[in-house]
Design a protein around this ligand. Sequence first.
Ligand code: FAD
Length: 513
Amino acid sequence: MTDLVRRILVLGGGSSGWLVAALLAAEHGPRGLQITVVESSEVPTIGVGEGTWPTMRDTLRRIGLSETEFIRHCQASFKQGSRFDGWIHGRDAADGDRYYHPFTLPVGHGDVDLVPAWLAAGERPFADLASPAVQVCEAGRAPKQEQTPEFAAVANYAYHFDAGLFSQMLREHAVGQLGVRHVVDHVDAVLTQDDGDLRGLQTRAHGLLEADLFVDCSGMTALLIGGHFGVPLKSEREVLFNDAALALQVPYARPDAPLASCTIATAWAKGWIWDIGLPARRGVGCVYSRSHASEEEAQTALHAYLDATGAPAERNAPRPIRFDPGYRERFWVRNCLAIGLSSGFIEPLEASALALVEQSAARLCNELPLRRDVMDGVARRYNEDFVYRWARVIDFLKLHYALSRREDSDYWRLHRDPASWPASMRELLPLWRLRAPARHDFGRIDEIFPAASYQYVLYGMGFRPEPQPVTAATLHTGQACFEEAARQARRFVPALPGHRALIDHIHQTGFPR
Ligand SMILES: Cc1cc2nc3c(=O)[nH]c(=O)nc-3n(C[C@H](O)[C@H](O)[C@H](O)COP(=O)(O)OP(=O)(O)OC[C@H]3O[C@@H](n4cnc5c(N)ncnc54)[C@H](O)[C@@H]3O)c2cc1C
């Protein structure tokens, strides 16, 4: 048989290339699948992408990494969700313009309608009432204890990490433990077979690298899916306008400075600023739309933020990054699948990019077509499913902007204009005036953003559903859930170590395995 899929060539050694290669090798290496990663020393990786989604815990476990080693090697910290400052009115967080999107579900989620009890509670933010995670974050606590086993949680969590160290660790593990072949070389040309399938990638020093299946993780150059196959990018610029960022790393003023255990996303007049706390430094970046702001304006906003948050005055110049918000019309063409930035990128909000990489890699592993003749069917289903997933990411990200009442620029006014909303949002928002977002509003059991995330953002942004007739029992059950969340918070906060203290403990002692 000539059409067996035995050799997979991954083009690109960024986070996506190594995640795909490591997962494939962990799950299919033992039965003889050969995996090669080729990466160019001339094309750097994007070097950002340091916030993740809780799915990363399962991905690391599947790859066979130890959580202790991962945290030590990647300078990782725990992320319990995101905090949004200034998104509602453009006021200071101290003035109440702050809400959380925690990863821990609301108590009673899915079983109890919490909205009547929340409306009855006055102006208290929904997440503060519904989940103990807000108090855990505000108290600077870690999401687990020293004795909690690896990857297990008290409060749900993901990670922040150094992107460069993350790729390096995955590479060392994939090559050293899982048998992945690593070729450092520049791909100059793409060779095809008569039927249009890819045959191999021509490199400068290692000749032709042949394979049965190719994974394009070549980043924004999209060498195979865009350059060779010409699959266009479906632009989302009319919905989500951000297309540039300025990124830099800043040290803490003191080595024992508090370590945030959520991503802090602070809105400014023409975009937003991410602030990711790693143990030894912060990663900070200003996201903006070039149609609404100049690079100088973004620089000014970034430095004002750094000044206000106590960053030392001496700073490196921020690195400018541009992107084209959108995703490919198809991701899998013939014997080539694009994963990571080559398949698309919308913007950094809510760390959806690595979460999609994980979903793509897992899907490839689970449905790996073992023969070429079944590949087109797998590809067709993959394409249909991932077009759906990208559309949901866009809906969810737009929700953060569409409900803002900021009046300080056209940027925010335009985001509020329903003409810039996806059709699904125009349909769902009126429905959510009458009832809470629920699981049946979304089509998949493994949605990246579950109904709880929509509730946190919707109600966090101050969207108040119209009060409906409600029984005393429903109201009472919702209030009992809030009391339970408060009870959990009272239990968790004193029992959990400080975030920095737990990171120090992991570096010194590690978790039980
Ligand atoms: C400003 C910004 C902020 C972000 N923040 C987040 C975040 O917080 N959370 C999140 O989940 N995601 C985030 N992302 C997205 C995240 O960075 C990426 O999804 C992730 O890093 C994966 O990138 P990649 O591996 O696809 O591409 P890259 O890191 O760009 O890697 C591309 C690889 O392809 C190789 N290559 C290219 N051309 C050739 C060639 N001709 N020959 C050989 N090799 C070649 C390169 O050498 C490199 O190894 C962010 C992105 C941006 C732009």
